[in-house]
Every structure is written in structure tokens, then in C-alpha cells.
Design a protein around this ligand. Sequence first.
Ligand SMILES: [Zn+2]
Ligand SMILES: [Zn+2]
Ligand SMILES: [Zn+2]
Length: 338
Amino acid sequence: MSEFRKDPLSDHWVIIAPNRAERPEQFGLGSLERSTGRCPFCRGHEADTPAQTAAYSATGRLIDQGPWQVRVIPNKFPAVENVREQRPEQRDFFRSRHGVGVHEVIIECPDHVTAFSHLSDQQISLVFQAYRDRMAYWRGDPRLAYAQIFKNSGASAGASLEHAHSQLIATPVVPTQIENELVRSADYFQQHGRCVFCEMIRRELADPIRLVEQTEQFVAFCPFASQFPYETWILPRQHGSHFEFTEDGRLVGLAVMLRKILGRMEHLLNDPGFNYLIHTAPFGSTHLSHYHWHVEILPRVSNTAGFEWGAGDYINMVTPEQAAHVLRFGREPDGRQT
Ligand SMILES: [Zn+2]
Ligand SMILES: [Zn+2]
Ligand SMILES: [Zn+2]
């Protein structure tokens, strides 16, 4: 049983998913148990997981069998239910709807690699190809409005299995965070006649104090009002609202930049857990002038505490300018080695 419930005060959707409580917790085990335990994501253990929905060869071809490099499977403990029949929506004071949707796992490599930054650029490109293809695929499903792609790496970031993997959750509702970004960016566009994300890129390049990395295709910076220490965003320089329309060549550029930044975080910040996620426009449109897809990287170097839970606003103890300097040059602004 899964259910979307709308909080009447905050307007947030909550997914009530008791089924998730049954999933195994690999990180809770001692290292010995973990090393002798059988990993369901390793190549050769395909029978331990639900049947794959897609698999890619080393050249990025979709394959039915044979040695895969990236494999996509339904999550065995999904947060939402992939069913055709839906219970009717409740629209009274307590608003709820059936927790219909799709929850997939993207297994990022065939061997038991746990650190994303240890994957090759080519392998990460394949992972991003899988993200794009799955998103494009689910876009055609009339039940669904949005697909959230995200990665939890490390127990502190919410991962329960250590083999490198990421997830896709597609839902009939547009997530609250996306809805907020859509509303704010539409407001900005109406007032200024341009995309707020394009404007951010322009300003971060003009005065590069928060710049982490740039190429011809992408720009990475620590946002002006970063909520978390070392929070970093990657944006394509060319305006585009929908990630699922990204061409192969750009996916490679994105993979290279992401790996570089995560490698630096691992090295400079003492191998923190992290999340990254893709924010993109909902399926119901094909082009939005005011919205610009992006990747947000959130290393777990601090805990969310009482003030943040209470206020919904964050206290960030590292200035975004200092964070960017460290991630760009590998040292603190005053010259101390980190
Ligand atoms: Zn494994
Ligand atoms: Zn833009
Ligand atoms: Zn965002």
C-alpha cells in the first residue's frame, strides 16, 4: 500500500509507503558480514533481483542478455506502486491519492564498485544515458507527471546497499520542490523576460568567486544561498528545460564534470556520503523558457538539526565562496591545505 497525502498546511506531498520498511540494511552490518554477504547488484547475481527493464552494453546499446555495463531493475521495495488500476482520489479536507508510480534502480556498474568516482568517465556516461532513456520512456506513460532521478551514496545519505547505484521515482504528482522552482522561475521570467538560471550562470561567470568548474557545455558553482556546506550545482550553458532531450555528446560532458567534482569532494572532504539529483521540467510540457534543468550535488558534511527542521531554512557554516575555492583549487582561501 502506498499513498500520496497532501499536508493541508505546508502543501507538501508525503508518500506513505510502509512497504519500504522491509528493505534490507546492508550498512548496518559489520564489515565481515558485509564482505561475505551476497550482493544482489553484482553481475552474475541477476536472479536475486526483479527482471531488468533495461540493460546497456559497453557501447551503450540496449541488450536483452550478455554482459551488461549498466542495468535497470524495478526496486524490490518500491515507494510507489506500478499498477494500472488506481483508487479514486480523495479531495476533502484530508486530500490523498493512490501511491501509483514507478520506482527503478539503476545499477551503475557490473563489478562491486562502491565509490562513484572510481567509475570511468565512459561508465558514468552510460549511467547518464540510462537516466535520460528511462526518463524519456516514462514520459510516455499517461499516469505520470514527473520523474525524480537521485543517488544516495553512503549510509549518511540514505543508501541501504553499497554497490554503486541510483534511483528513479516517477509519480503522478509534481514534487513540491520542483513546483516551487517552477513558480519562482516563472515569476522571474515574467518580471525580467529571461530565465533565472541563465542569469545565475551569467553572473557566476562574470564574478567567478563561487565558480567550481566550467567547460564549453557546463558550469558548476556553489549557489549564492547554498543550504548545505559545499552544495554544488551543475547547469548546462545552453538553455534547456527537459533533461530527457539531452544529446549523447552533452551527457559525456556532464559525466566528466560530475566525476571530477565528486572525486574532489571525496578527496578534500574526507569521503563524505552524498546525494545528487536531477531537477528537470515535468512531463506535461516540451519546452519552457523559464525553467532550466540542472544537477544538484549535496555532500553530507553536516547534520540537519532542530533549527532546520523547525524553520525549514538552513544554517550553513561554510560560506559558498570558501566552499567553491576549496573545490576549485584544493585548498582554503588563506592557503591552508585541506
Ligand atoms: Zn555488488
Ligand atoms: Zn536558462
Ligand atoms: Zn533545483
